[in-house]
Design a protein around this ligand. Structure first.
Ligand code: PNS
Length: 167
């Protein structure tokens, strides 16, 4: 029987921190569904299609990775996909409270079916976030250390649009 898990998130955009968690999750699980939250209320830089395409440009050739979008409750999507293990990365202490709340509610809302497995962020990604990446991008800073080269252009292009340099 294959071991399957889901890695949910906003991925706005996918960072080296996400990639590290995905690669390490794939050492534990046979298949991973990367689930991109499609939330119209949350102000994201990238549309859900753009976020999915960026992830697919990195993992499109990996048959053990599927990239999907979801809206509504994560546990409902997990039930639909027949998955009961969610992977979340834990960075500094500041993540802990929110992640604990998320994991407890997901467990309760799924009547105990959904379990969360936390993977600690690697040292180099401890303080990396998509928010910081967007801040660096909009201010024309160097992003090479923080994102995959396959998505670097997409982020720089979007930053130009945000700065009003490109329509
Ligand atoms: O990358 P993020 O923004 O930290 O990911 C958060 C995410 C997408 C995992 C979380 O917001 C989520 O699962 N949202 C869907 C709604 C839901 O199920 N919320 C938890 C129960 S209150």
């Amino acid at each position: 029987m294959s071991r399957n898990a889901i890695y949910p998130g906003s991925f706005d955009p996918i960072s080296n921190g996400h990639i590290d968690i995905i690669n390490r999750a794939l050492n534990i699980f046979d298949n991973l569904v990367i689930a991109v939250l499609n939330n119209s209320e949350k102000k994201s830089w990238f549309s859900v299609e753009e976020r999915i395409n960026m992830i697919k440009s990195i993992y499109g050739n990996n048959k053990n990775v599927q990239v999907k979008s979801f809206d509504g409750l994560l546990v409902s999507f997990m039930e639909k996909e027949n998955l009961n293990i969610a992977i979340r990365g834990l960075r500094a202490v500041s993540d802990y409270e929110y992640e604990l709340q998320l994991s407890l509610f997901n467990n309760q809302l799924s009547n105990g079916k959904c379990e969360t497995i936390f993977l600690p962020a690697s040292r180099e990604n401890l303080y990396l976030s998509s928010t910081v990446i967007k801040e660096i991008a909009i201010n024309k800073g160097k992003l090479e250390e923080y994102v995959d080269k396959l998505v670097l252009n997409k982020i720089e292009e979007k930053a130009k649009i945000k700065r009003g340099e490109k329509l």
